[in-house]
Design a protein around this ligand. Structure first.
Ligand code: HEC
Length: 140
């Protein structure tokens, strides 16, 4: 094709448009990549925390034991009933009826041993006591 002055400047303009398009799609690709990397990082951290909690030797020890929920009930009445009520239906602390539908076994153990939610104190039960307590909590 014969390049006239007019279509030369049009070609230049077209080229500039193509360049803009290429730049913006490169920008989008970069943005997508950053989002992808961030998501992977966040998921990785969540998995790590979950895994670290579940792999905790104390938690594993408790989960390996057989629970005696009657004994768990007694332990509950001595240590927890002041706040959660004699039948776990709530006082100062929330009712624990159906709590195992809201919290996994690992989360329930964490709740008792972590002391992360004051005024609930941090408890340090022997694994067998914790297993029995867990058995009781799970049948509420
Ligand atoms: C000094 C009062 C107190 C004592 C004693 C206590 N708790 Fe709590 N507990 C609380 C309070 C307050 C909360 C709510 C904490 C929050 O989420 O902010 C709570 C929360 C909980 C939860 C989570 C409830 C939910 O709906 O997620 C569980 C499970 C629990 N306690 C179990 C126990 C067990 C088992 C014991 C005995 C070993 C115990 N607590 C002793 C005050 C107490």
């Amino acid at each position: 094709m014969l390049i006239t002055k007019r279509n030369y400047s049009e070609a230049l303009a077209d080229n500039a448009l193509d360049q803009d398009f290429a730049d913006s799609s490169l920008g989008n690709q970069r943005r997508l990549m950053v989002v992808g990397v961030l998501l992977t990082l966040i998921l990785g951290i969540l998995f790590f925390v979950w895994h670290a909690q579940a792999a905790d030797p104390y938690v594993q020890g408790v989960l390996a034991l057989e629970a005696d929920s009657d004994r768990g009930h007694e332990i509950f009445q001595m240590n927890c009933a002041v706040c959660h009520g004699i039948e776990a239906n709530g006082e100062v602390g929330p009712s624990l009826l159906g709590v195992s539908a809201r919290k996994s076994k690992v989360k329930l153990i964490q709740q008792v041993v972590s002391g992360n939610t004051p005024p609930m104190p941090q408890f340090q039960p022997e694994p067998k006591d914790m297993a029995d307590l867990l058995g009781y909590l799970e049948q509420l």
